[in-house]
Design a protein around this ligand. Structure first.
Ligand SMILES: Cc1ncc(C[n+]2csc(CCOP(=O)(O)OP(=O)(O)O)c2C)c(N)n1
Ligand SMILES: [Mg+2]
Length: 586
């Protein structure tokens, strides 16, 4: 409840809103100014501890806010004008929706008395209608038509963003409403809204009877876990590790959840799906798994090797997710368990030995199974790529040298292109929440601004970005924010003079497709210097380690233009094979 008090009387709506964000423990707002949000500008001066970051373009500002949301575990905020500002954010909203990232866009609107009269930048319901534009890409899109609605609509947006699978929301404020006054003080959401601990008790009992039957019959032996972003969002990595270790259960992750169990852990199989690892793919598609425990994954196309029915276990598919709507969406599920991954794992972990006897009895067999999987060789498909001496460089060598140069806690932000597959496969994620990428929409250039937001959220962690020259052409300009706000982000541009991901397919079709997917070789180091970053160009494999060490030690925004060859095929062979096997009859 709000408690109006004398000192809060007459606060401008814009100040109230910024105060509310601060009370929700938000530290940064990513924005592009403009007439329709003018009243916010002085308000930033009066709210301490909430820092505005000015992006080059609203798409960049929204990507920054998305990166902030993923790294902080709270939500990200972007401020933009209606009309052209809002239309610039649509791709970012969809990236956040498809990846379940809580991103709040606040936009300014023309005064209500102008609506539909041909006003400049009118995007009210009588004109462009930005509420409707953002509705399909958000979980809530509301106009604050009068000051009295602000608290309600803001609360509804936050609840919608944080509930279930999470996602973006939009709040539009007409200029006349922005200057209205409001009483009272924002009452922050309960922490339970950020960390829900609910669990379907009956389904949990069913899971216990499956894993640990009380009858004399044996419980399942071959149990494997596929951990998705839900584990990361729930902050359940310690519980996952404890559960896997207690019962010797091998863990694969989706690409988005890469590292949620550190990839050097003895029970880690690595990534399953697109750009995935050999042990994960061989184990899960082996036909030997009796129970597959899917934790917090929507079982999307890239996380299932094209909804590959070979991953269906012999005995039971168990699907745990905070969002009931995704459970059973792809396949019928023997144990559908709606609940928070952290709470579910915590309950499983506290079970006494007597309760978990059958589960414990299978540990030895699972250990042998894992040893057998590992005995067939490296978890990489082509390990020799890590040591390639080729000039121009092999991207796998670049990723490998970057890994060696950076501390284990480094956060890697990855863009869209062939480099996404090289990073997914050859970068070893050694900490939970250390691999950030827009995996379900894959908009090129996303990582460049997203890294600014992630670094603003977690300044104490070293952070590097792997992006491509095509991605730089889309959102490269946002490296300016890293320089302007002195955020020590290391940008590694895999400069291969091509939209290589497309070129690898297209060039087989002849000179025209090849030419259309080739790029001029730009001087990205020169570009970065012109915007205030330190920069260097790297051409030879023996120079990589030194260049990465200098960038790491500079503790300043830095760009490395790394000259690579476009010709190297990406490590997605099993995925491409699965694609060929896909038929519409499934
Ligand atoms: C906004 C957007 N447009 C087009 C694509 C299709 N696409 C995917 S990867 C890619 C090429 C990426 O080129 P670059 O950044 O140079 O990375 P590389 O593949 O060379 O590593 C393209 C055009 C996309 N994913 N996103
Ligand atoms: Mg390229």
């Amino acid at each position: 409840m709000n408690t109006p008090s004398g000192e809060d009387m007459g606060q401008k709506i814009v100040s109230y809103l910024l105060e509310a964000l601060k009370l929700e423990k938000i530290s940064h707002v990513f924005m592009v100014p403009g007439g329709l949000v003018d009243p916010f500008l002085p308000a930033f001066g009066s709210v301490e501890g909430l820092r505005p970051v000015v992006a080059g373009q609203e798409g960049g500002a929204a990507y920054m806010a998305d990166g902030y949301a993923r790294a902080s575990g709270r939500f990200g905020v972007c401020l933009a004008i209606g009309g052209p500002g809002i239309t610039n954010t649509v791709t970012a909203m969809e990236a956040a929706r498809t990846d379940g990232s809580p991103l709040l866009i606040i936009s300014g609107q023309v005064p209500t008395s102008w609506e539909g009269r041909g006003g400049f930048q009118d995007s009210s319901p009588a004109a462009l209608d930005d509420i409707s534009i953002l509705r399909p890409v958000s979980l809530a899109s509301f106009a604050v038509e009068n000051a009295g609605l602000l608290q309600h609509h803001l609360r509804a947006c936050l609840q919608a963003m944080l509930a279930g699978g999470q996602g973006p929301a939009h709040l539009s404020l007409p200029l006349d409403v922005q200057t209205h006054e409001i009483e009272g003080r924002w009452q922050p959401l309960d922490e339970a809204a950020y960390n829900p601990a609910m669990v379907d008790e009956l389904a949990l009992e069913r899971l216990w009877s499956l894993l640990n039957p009380s009858a004399a019959g044996q419980g399942p032996r071959r149990i494997a876990i596929l951990a998705g972003a839900g584990v990361e969002k729930a902050g359940a990595w310690d519980e996952l590790k404890a559960f896997a270790e207690r019962f010797e259960i091998p863990v694969a992750t989706t690409l988005r959840a890469k590292g949620v169990l550190p990839e050097d852990h003895r029970l880690s199989l690595g990534v399953f799906g697109y750009a995935g690892h050999r042990h994960a793919i061989e184990a899960i598609l082996s036909g030997e798994v009796e129970v597959l425990l899917v934790l917090g994954s929507g079982l999307m196309q890239r996380d299932t090797m094209y909804w590959n029915p070979k991953m269906l276990p012999k005995r039971a598919l168990v699907h745990v997710d905070i969002e009931p709507a995704v459970i059973g969406r792809t396949w019928p599920v023997e144990v559908p368990l709606a609940g928070d991954c952290k709470e579910v794992l915590r309950r499983l972990n506290v079970a006494e030995s007597a309760r978990a006897a059958a589960l414990e009895a299978g540990s030895g067999e699972r250990r042998e199974w894992l040893d057998r999987l590992r005995s067939t060789g490296s978890n990489y498909f082509d390990e020799e790529n890590l040591h390639s001496e080729a000039v121009p460089l092999h991207p796998a060598r670049v990723i490998h040298e970057l890994r060696k140069a950076m501390p284990p806690e480094t956060v890697l932000v990855v863009d869209s292109g062939a480099h996404r597959a090289f990073c997914g496969h050859y970068w070893q994620a050694l900490r939970p929440k250390s691999y950030i990428s827009a995996t379900n929409l894959g908009p090129m250039g996303w990582a460049i601004p997203a890294a600014v937001g992630a670094k603003a959220a977690r300044p104490e962690l070293p952070l590097a970005v792997v992006t491509g020259d095509g991605c730089m052409l889309m959102h490269g300009i946002e490296i300016q924010a890293a320089a302007r706000y002195n955020l020590p982000v290391i940008y590694v541009v895999i400069n291969n003079g091509a939209l290589a991901n497309v070129w690898l397919r297209a060039h087989q079709g002849g000179p025209v497709p090849s030419e259309l997917t080739t790029l001029p070789t730009h001087d990205w180091a020169g570009f970065a210097r012109s915007l205030g970053l330190q920069a260097a160009t790297v051409e030879r494999p023996q120079d990589l380690a030194g260049a990465f060490a200098r960038a790491r030690d500079a503790k300043a925004p830095y760009l490395l233009d790394v000259r690579c060859d476009k010709k190297y095929t990406t490590p997605v062979t099993p995925y491409s094979q699965a694609k060929k096997e896909w038929t519409d009859d499934h």
